[in-house]
Design a protein around this ligand. Sequence first.
Ligand code: ZN
Length: 209
Amino acid sequence: MEFYYKILENNKEWVTKKLEEDPNFFKRLENGQKPPLLWIGCADSRVPANQIIGADPGEVFVHRNIANMVVHTDMNMLSVLDYAVNALKIQHVLVCGHYGCGGIKAAMENKSVGLIDNWIRHIKDVYKMHQAELEAIDDEKKRWDRLVELNVIEQVYDLAETSIVQNAWKSGQKLIVHGWVYGVGDGIVKDLEVDLMSNQDLDEVYRLH
Ligand code: ZN
């Protein structure tokens, strides 16, 4: 229970500190949110969205799951995306993966870890798509790193393929989907430079007219 009481105490200290810096900090947030960014990241405790990019409350709309996946039948992810794009009119959607991701590692292995096998299965599909490139990498750590990157790129495309993103583009809404990988060992973000801003970037079969 010591830890539990400590986090309640931490909250009081944080509020005091914020109010010292800016007496209207919470008052302002009470009036609503207008974040410019939707962050889709891994649930890993080492990858806290706001801290990594120096963002305050009110600046990032966040969705996290194991291995930052964009599964197009996931109602949770779709609801967050729909609200971000259609209600908040967010202009930047970012998929942020990270090196050392346990979900990605599990996808490269054959060990069953329970229910989560079914979630990891989506990452195995990414592995299969890029099998030749991945298996040409002898070093296991480098192969893991590369799958982390390829997985982010695939999730960026999966986002762009959703009806939500394509409808926004069709209506002329400005919206860019980006992909990053964060280094848990050095804190540095690598921009994968996959910046999709129209359905012209997609394979013909995925384009909605
Ligand atoms: Zn992870």
